[in-house]
Design a protein around this ligand. Structure first.
Ligand code: FAQ
Length: 329
């Protein structure tokens, strides 16, 4: 449908006019809530934005396995261990769906992984913080997965079909992750004084970095306006952050934990919580590679990638043998 205008070209070729027509038709499809599919025409900038966002998202899932993976061998019970193992495996799966979605845009997985391993591509700031106690596993599920869901539910309606469809399944799993994290916090908050202290300490350390996950404030978010016009993003960074605060504060109240923000107040007129100033300098430092665990995270991924070379070699050799067998048959 969107190529109609192009089919009516006159003999005199005017590439600039063609581009304008295509752009108008592309935007019209988006405005009508049509999904853009892999083989459809799209502006280079739309493709580039999606590759950037989807691949950063994929890297976040993969690097995001590390802080929790740190506690698999130390989970307090067999049940907790089995749940955590399944959760970390889910994150790996999310990373793989997302790399596949990015590949539909014409970029290779090798290239994307190389960008992550060489530090050229970003991944979420949140995964550069350490997991010091078991309560951190509760806080990650509750807050980090909670923030991830708030950001990702609208991505199920993203204008790019393959990303939107991948997000549907990811969100179902994230919602289970959030509940298991909150349940750990609930259990600890009903436990001994030491367990309550552990839960409060984890909340104190993870609260502000979780708010930073939504990205810079709207005034400083360089991609938001265009991404919203393209319906890649449906809400701004600050809108999503506010929604997250509004649902999470009552959850903390319910389990008797205190938010580490002396300026947090509910505005009874709007029903929203006003929160204190986010430390954007800390955020910028983490993005610049100077967070508490940036170096360790990257080294762990580089090590895992090098250790996995034999698996990739074996899979390639097997695929070649299969292809040769098929060709001979
Ligand atoms: N960390 O103009 P904006 C998860 C960068 S998945 C690092 O606002 P945009 C699951 C941004 O890339 C968590 N960098 O950018 C899980 C850009 O840099 P660039 C990840 C950040 O794209 C749970 C620059 O700042 N989720 O947690 C961050 O419009 C538990 C300017 O920012 C996604 O990736 C940050 N926090 O909005 C796994 C969701 N924020 O590229 C394991 C999809 C911003 O120009 C355990 N992504 N930057 O060099 C998005 O929704 C968007 O990309 C935003 C940023 C909202 C993250």
């Amino acid at each position: 449908m969107y190529t109609q205008g192009l089919d009516q070209k006159s003999d005199a070729v005017d590439p600039q006019r063609d581009d304008e027509v295509r752009l108008r038709q592309f935007q019209a499809r988006i405005d009508q809530e049509e999904k853009i599919e892999a083989k459809d025409w799209m502006p280079d900038a739309y493709r580039k934005t999606l590759i950037r966002q989807i691949s950063q998202h994929a890297h976040s899932e993969i690097v995001g396995m590390l802080p929790e993976g740190n506690w698999i061998t130390r989970a307090p019970t067999l049940r907790r261990k089995a749940i955590l193992l399944a959760k970390v495996q889910d994150e790996a799966g999310h990373g793989l769906y997302l790399y596949s979605a990015a590949e539909t845009l014409g970029v290779s997985r090798d290239e994307l992984i190389d960008q992550m391993l060489t530090g050229k591509a970003k991944y979420s700031s949140i995964f550069n913080y350490p997991t010091l106690t078991w309560a951190d596993i509760g806080a990650i599920g509750w807050l980090v997965d909670g923030a991830a869901i708030m950001n990702q539910i609208p991505l199920c309606r993203c204008s790019y079909g393959p990303y939107a469809r991948a997000m549907v399944r990811v969100c179902k799993e994230e919602s289970f992750h959030q509940r298991q994290g909150y349940e750990i916090m609930l259990t600890l908050s009903r436990g001994s004084d030491e367990q309550i202290r552990m839960a409060q300490d984890a909340l104190n350390r993870w609260w502000w970095p979780s708010l930073m996950m939504f990205g810079p404030g709207d005034a400083d978010s360089k991609h938001s306006a265009q991404s919203m016009a393209w319906k890649i993003k449906r809400f701004s960074n600050d809108e999503l952050r506010q929604k997250f605060v509004d649902v999470t504060v009552p959850q903390a109240d319910y389990i008797g934990l205190k938010m580490p923000d002396p300026d947090l107040r509910k505005n009874d007129e709007t029903g929203h919580y006003k929160y204190g100033e986010i430390d954007w300098e800390e955020f910028m430092q983490v993005l610049a590679g100077n967070g508490p665990c940036n170096r360790e995270r990257l080294e762990s991924r580089q090590h895992a990638h090098a250790e996995g070379q034999w698996v990739r070699d074996a899979a390639t050799a097997y695929a070649e043998k299969q292809a040769a067998r098929q060709a001979a048959a």
